[in-house]
Design a protein around this ligand. Structure first.
Ligand code: PLP
Length: 326
């Protein structure tokens, strides 16, 4: 990756003159069947550009209650775009058409205007679950019927594409705006991208500048992200296998509770029975294992391709032998 970065041909991206960025944006847009792309520093910025482009102040965006947009973007949609999010309780972070349709507001003058349905695939707080295409198509049907836009937070779309039976183009066709990330499991140091129509991307360039995300000679970052897509996407399969294997081990240990059905990609959520998440994290740390607290007794483990076989053996050995001492 570093070698690819060092060979990048760069220019001023605020002027649209960085050849590496331009080429990468074009390639990603083509891959997802969208007209155009815009490289940005983070997934949060990419999501927020999409919300800004699709809405007006006073609008409402339907999301799952576990979505990143609702939980982890510091209230940005309200602050930056003046919209409110309408969180629905879906299934492991995923919505279905019937509940979305029921949540659409009527057109009274006192109602917020439902404007966008935002889906996350794979889900983060839902535990890495993957939408199937039929569900997305049904939700798209609802959006079309009511004149709504559809946004995809595809921060981990690469993981979904490994497990699902649809292509990037097939899923891309269902959405008006898409956010994809290169800095999660793919392992680029930075970078996300908004994908949409030429017209929306033209508007988004201005908003990106306004949000402070206009960058200059960043071809080397685009090369890193491009390298990650080309060389790392196929490695994610091992992460999925390891997450499932660890879920199996955890399910056999009485000290934990786990919903194995939710372990579909590289994320694994489980509960610690007799300890708080923070207490358990400290025990993990002494074994050299790093996970995250995702609730009072809930732990999130995320697999990535830099984890070696030896590292994984340490993890499996720990969970096979863990006994809940007080
Ligand atoms: C589903 C999802 N969307 C968006 C983001 C935001 O990405 P970033 O941290 O690059 O802003 C994340 C980050 O973890 C995420 O999990």
């Amino acid at each position: 990756m570093l070698e690819a970065m060092s060979k990048a041909k760069v220019g001023d991206d605020v002027f649209g003159e960085d050849p590496a960025v331009n080429e990468f944006q074009k390639r990603m847009a083509e891959m997802f069947g969208q007209q155009s792309g815009l490289f940005v520093p983070s997934g949060t910025m990419s999501n927020q550009l999409c919300i800004q482009i699709l809405t007006s102040p006073g609008d409402e965006v339907i999301v799952d209650e576990l979505s990143h947009l609702f939980n982890y973007e510091a209230g940005a949609a309200s602050v930056l775009s003046g919209v409110q999010l309408r969180p629905l309780k879906g299934n492991r972070g995923m919505l279905y058409a019937e509940q979305v349709e029921k949540a659409i507001r009527t057109k009274n003058e006192w109602d917020p205007h439902t404007r966008v349905i935002a889906l996350e695939n794979t889900t983060n707080k839902g535990g890495g679950t993957v939408y199937n295409l039929e569900t997305i198509q049904e939700i798209r049907g609802v959006a079309n019927k009511h004149g709504l836009s559809m946004h995809l937070d595809g921060a981990r779309i690469w993981n979904a594409l490994i497990e699902a039976d649809y292509s990037a183009e097939q899923i891309g066709a269902q959405f008006d705006t898409i956010s994809i990330c290169f800095s999660k499991g793919l392992g680029a140091p930075i970078g996300s991208m908004m994908l949409s129509s030429e017209e929306n991307i033209k508007k988004a360039r201005r908003v990106r500048k306004m949000f402070g995300g206009g960058m200059r000679q960043i071809g080397l970052l685009a090369e890193a992200a491009s390298f990650a897509v080309e060389h790392h996407a196929s490695l994610l399969e091992t992460d999925h296998y390891r997450a499932r294997r660890l879920a199996e081990i955890i399910s056999k240990n009485d000290a934990f509770e786990i919903d194995r059905m939710s372990v579909q990609t590289n994320i694994l959520l489980f509960d610690v029975v007799d300890k708080t998440a923070e207490e358990f994290l400290r025990i993990l740390e002494t074994a050299g294992i790093k996970m995250t607290a995702f609730g009072p007794q809930t732990i999130r483990a995320v697999f990535h391709f830099q984890i070696t076989d030896e590292d994984f053996n340490v993890v499996t050995h720990f969970f096979e032998n863990y006994v809940n001492y007080d």
